[in-house]
Design a protein around this ligand. Structure first.
Ligand code: NAI
Ligand code: MG
Length: 451
């Protein structure tokens, strides 16, 4: 029954998006009109920021402060950014050989299917919906089953902003039913997915087996965060802590392998442990709380399993190592030292507040070890030496390298993965290519202007 219901909802949503694309008015509006709607929407979100931040905390368990101060402004900024792109998308005239007039049209692809995860419900919505609408597509977006709330709220605000019916359809539902229906639908022209590498493979296959819709994937990671011997240890400790523990450790790009040069290792370890012990865990609505609960029982148990695996493989448990209290999915901020590359906690995505600290001796060694992973989403480098930073920046096989900073997510900065961390880039100018296709138009012409 549930399966049938979900499939029906997905199918109705796709029909609505198809009709809105084929019959308009959305793709036929002027780009300026589309841009105005995106701006009006962003302004409405800004007006409802407090309400939305509170709803996002209910939705996900992240701290209200983080939702209000970081994620809502990021959301609004991203829609302003893509509203700015809407009327700057155009093709080229091409000087072909012979008496031909050749132009390219940059057209929207059609109906975009978008599947998002639960760790940043609003931010993921923005990264997907912003560029797709700026390019004139229509959308069916499926939220994660854990976090349906804020997408529904902002969809209502889109309606208020004047977005025509059928252009944006938000479906709440489960992955193997609603998500899979979207990935394999013959009337969906493009698929964008963020989530685990395993599910990324599933949706890529569903797309291939149905209508070969192009797929962009933003998947898992095991990002190295490299602290060189010249680093200011206090700053490095704070940044490495942030890189891992931010958002309860539930970040695809979390700096989850902290490589520390042997000369600063002992001091770094001592201070990292102290910092983790000071981390304030509790009610995410309470001021000063840095860490809320994990998203659900499944993720909570997964994190605890990895902690047990770290202990069993003889990494040194410096602090934490268990749940916090007996109620709710709170996990103690956990630090392991003496972590070796072949341990599971150094290879798999834990997606929780578990820091793994590894020791290294020289730059060539750390490059080799940092790259020895199936993932390639992001990397962090902490050094005062520009030459060391440049060497590492070139050698690391990752879609983003943050130098002396981490988790900087400006709307204009492209984001995406090398290797099994994904296909394609989101944000910035790069995301526009995901939602456009190029049509070459050729006609004979006498005496072309450029000959
Ligand atoms: P998931 O990749 O299974 O779920 C993400 C989205 O995909 C959700 O909307 C889900 O409903 C949908 N989905 C699931 N199965 C599907 C299917 N067969 N067809 C179409 N859509 C489907 O991730 P999950 O199970 O929530 O978490 C598992 C692990 O994935 C986490 O522990 C973490 O390691 C990783 N993850 C990575 C994220 C990232 O930002 N790259 C976000 C969430 C999870
Ligand atoms: Mg899953």
């Amino acid at each position: 029954m549930l399966l049938k219901g979900m499939l029906k909802i997905s199918t109705r949503a796709v029909s609505a998006a198809r009709k809105a694309f084929d019959e308009g008015p959305w793709p036929k509006m002027t780009a300026y009109e589309r841009s105005r709607i995106l701006l009006r929407f962003a302004d409405l979100v800004e007006k409802h920021s407090d309400e939305l931040a509170a709803l996002e905390t209910w939705n996900n368990g992240k701290t209200y402060e983080q939702a209000a101060k970081t994620e809502l402004p990021m959301f609004v900024r991203l829609f302003h950014y893509y509203a700015g792109w809407a009327d700057k998308i155009h093709g080229l005239t091409v000087p072909a050989d012979g008496d031909y007039h050749v132009q390219t049209l940059h057209e929207p692809i059609g109906v975009a299917g978008q599947i998002i995860p639960w760790n940043f419900p609003l931010v993921m919505f923005a990264w997907k919906v912003g560029p797709a609408l700026a390019c004139g597509n229509t959308i069916v977006l499926k939220t994660a089953e854990q976090t349906p709330l804020t997408a529904l709220f902002v969809a209502k605000l889109f309606h208020e902003a004047g977005l025509p019916d059928g252009v944006l359809n938000v479906v709440s539902g489960y992955g193997p039913t609603a998500g899979a229906a979207l990935a394999s639908h013959m009337d969906v022209d493009k698929l964008a997915f963020t989530g685990s590498t395993d599910t990324g493979k599933v949706v890529l296959e569903l797309a291939a087996r149905s209508n070969l819709k192009p797929v962009t994937l933003e998947l898992g990671g095991k990002s190295p965060f490299i602290i060189c011997e010249d680093a200011d240890v206090d700053k490095a400790v704070e940044l490495a802590h942030f890189a891992l523990f931010f958002n309860q450790g539930q970040c695809c790009c979390a700096g989850s392998r902290t490589f520390v040069h042997e000369r600063v290792y002992d001091e770094f370890l001592e201070k990292s442990k102290k910092r983790a012990l000071r981390r304030v865990v509790g009610d995410p609505f309470k001021k000063g709380v840095e860490q809320g609960p994990q998203i659900d029982v499944e993720q909570f148990e997964k994190v605890l399993r990895y902690i047990r695996s770290g202990i069993e493989s003889h990494a040194t448990l410096e602090c934490g190592g268990d749940r916090l209290g007996s109620k709710g999915f709170f996990v103690q901020p956990t630090v392991f030292s003496n972590v070796q590359d072949d341990m599971l906690i150094a290879q798999d995505e834990i997606f929780g507040p578990v820091q793994s600290i590894l020791k290294f001796k020289d730059i060539d060694e750390v490059i080799r070890r940092a790259n020895k992973t199936r993932y390639g989403l992001a990397a962090g480098v902490f050094t005062k030496n520009v030459s060391t930073a440049n060497t590492l920046m070139r050698a690391l096989r990752a879609g983003t390298v943050w130098i002396n900073c981490f988790d900087v997510f400006d709307a204009a900065i492209p984001f995406g993965g090398y290797k099994m961390s994904g296909i394609g880039r989101e944000k910035g100018i790069y995301s526009l290519h995901n939602y456009l296709q190029v049509k070459a138009v050729v006609s004979p012409v006498k005496n072309p202007a450029w000959l």
